[in-house]
Design a protein around this ligand. Structure first.
Ligand SMILES: Cc1ncc(COP(=O)(O)O)c(C=O)c1O
Length: 346
């Protein structure tokens, strides 16, 4: 294809992927039935497979990560209590205050070392349990950590949080929208990470490239109860095996390739480091945060210049942009993106 008519290199997010032909075929050929009647065989297969991968009894398919996260919030807490989370977490910043709106829960955000939440961070926020404070009802973790740049939270940190929570008899939820990436980057199994939490949410619509879909996994009684919460939230879906088929396909074809996305993110970061005025954060996975140190150029300005060069990304602060790799951006795309950065700042 001539350079001038090539699609832009789209690094806005790993949610911008277009389903590849194999995934579309799997969707078209999916065996389906009414999942609200509990009869869709493809959804059943996906739920069983995810439960097994995460080492949990049971799992439930949701349309979005937000709905699955909030179902967990509703299951673990009661109105007027608090959930402890990282101050840069998705649940605190990007779910439209839904913990307050839906569950009547106040979030108690704590600072951590770039999202690597530890017991030492969490312990400071657990309420004493007297008559003057709300009661702490939940501890919330996120891995990889999105807004800290796809940071992999080490298993040891998660285990320390889990031990503390067990001591204090608190349930733990893991927002694992990109747990796949954490596991691919660290070699730690999905089930070892999941063992640090009672419930785990994973997304198919991020690094795995599906058009839609998340799964909440956990103990059987909780996931049974999650079914009714999902229905209340309007998340009961009918012949949704069409979407579950995309998820199953992605586990076989996209999950094994995630390390390539990470290598491409590392290559982009390394190239940006060579450009005067750019300070990329070394990525753990597929998200590259790039700080701009050129006077007079802010994140929005750089994003505009890059768009003119055929490179799309999002701002992540006044002088920070965020570029995310995914299967729709190959090695050639990264070369074009690097060229775009050089031209934009030359
Ligand atoms: C860490 C994290 N959790 C949860 C979500 C919510 O997922 P959804 O957009 O499917 O509601 C996102 C979305 O980007 C996310 O990055």
């Amino acid at each position: 294809m001539a350079e001038s008519v090539k699609r832009p290199v789209d690094l806005r997010s790993d949610t911008v992927t277009r389903p590849p032909p194999g995934m579309r075929r799997a969707m078209a050929e999916a065996e389906v039935d009414d999942d609200v009647l509990g009869k869709d065989p493809t959804v059943d297969r996906l739920e069983r497979r995810v439960a097994e991968l995460l080492g949990k009894d049971s799992a439930l398919f949701f349309p979005s990560g937000t709905q699955a996260n909030q179902t967990a919030m509703l299951l673990h807490t009661s109105p007027g209590t608090e959930a402890v989370c990282d101050s840069e977490s998705h649940v605190f910043n990007y779910e439209v205050a839904d913990a307050a709106w839906l569950a009547g829960v106040q979030l108690n955000p704590v600072e951590s070392d770039h999202g690597r939440l530890t017991a030492a961070d969490v312990v400071k926020a657990i309420r004493p349990g007297d008559r003057h404070h709300s009661r702490t009802s939940l501890v919330w973790m996120e891995n990889t950590h999105n807004m800290h740049g796809g940071v992999v939270v080490p298993l040891a940190s998660m285990q320390s949080v889990r031990e503390l929570a067990l001591e204090r008899e608190l349930p733990v939820h893991l927002d694992g929208a990109r747990l796949w990436n954490a596991s691919a980057a660290s070699g730690t199994s999905l089930s070892d990470y999941s063992a640090c939490a009672d419930t785990v949410m994973v997304c198919f619509s991020k690094g795995l490239g599906c058009p839609i879909g998340s799964v909440l996994a956990g103990p059987r009684e909780l996931i049974d109860a999650a079914w009714s919460v999902r229905k209340r939230l309007g998340g009961g879906m009918r012949q949704v095996g069409i979407l579950a088929a995309a998820g199953l396909w992605s586990l076989d074809h996209v999950l094994p390739e995630l390390a390539d996305d990470h290598a491409r993110a590392a290559r982009l970061a390394e190239a940006c480091r060579q450009i005067d005025g750019l300070e990329p954060v070394e990525p753990d996975t597929n998200i590259v945060m790039i700080d701009i140190t050129i006077p007079g150029i802010d994140a929005a300005g750089l994003a505009r210049r890059l768009e003119e060069q055929g490179v799309l990304l999002l701002t992540a602060g006044p002088t920070r942009v965020r570029a995310v790799t995914h299967f729709d951006v190959d090695d050639d795309g990264i070369s074009r993106a690097i060229g775009g950065f050089r031209s934009a700042l030359s």
